[in-house]
Design a protein around this ligand. Structure first.
Ligand SMILES: [Zn+2]
Length: 149
């Protein structure tokens, strides 16, 4: 680890080990509002109905710029996954090894989140997952996944 990177890591440890937050952008307002209400909300183009995730200013299908919130199902299928053996942030040092999964909920909507179920070695592409809402109520909630019960 370079001296510069080590300084950054040390500064994060000095201020505590709060988990990093998602971007503070108006594009994510519907998403975070949905999380606070236990919903997964993405943007849907008002012109061509294409679902959009992550949110962007312009529709990738028709270049439209008008969107409406669209609620997603709370279950999906593992599109891909990874197992973390080193924490990318000090807040997760005690959690390794843990899984990170990308779950496909609908065409073009793949939501990434921590795997908070059993041994991460049990992960396989195509497994059915259900959402676990995390950190509710403070506007900084996140999504995690577990096997469907
Ligand atoms: Zn569109």
């Amino acid at each position: 680890m370079s001296k510069k990177v080590q300084e950054v890591v040390d500064s994060m440890i000095d201020v505590g080990v709060a988990a990093p937050l998602m971007p503070d952008s108006p594009l994510y307002e519907d998403y975070f509002r949905g999380l606070s209400e236990r919903r997964i909300t993405v943007r849907q183009c008002d012109d061509c109905n294409t679902l959009q995730w992550p949110p962007r200013e312009i529709c990738g299908a028709c270049q439209g710029s008008s969107f409406v919130p669209a609620d997603m199902p709370h279950e999906g299928e593992v599109y891909t996954y990874s197992i973390m053996y080193r924490a990318f942030h000090p807040a997760f040092t005690d959690s390794v090894p843990y899984g990170v999964v990308v779950v496909e909920l609908a065409e073009g909507v793949r939501i990434i989140g921590r795997f908070v179920d059993s041994d991460p070695d049990s992960l396989e592409c195509g497994q059915r997952m259900e959402v676990v809402f995390d950190g509710l109520g403070d506007g900084s909630g996140s999504i995690a996944w577990r096997h469907i019960r």
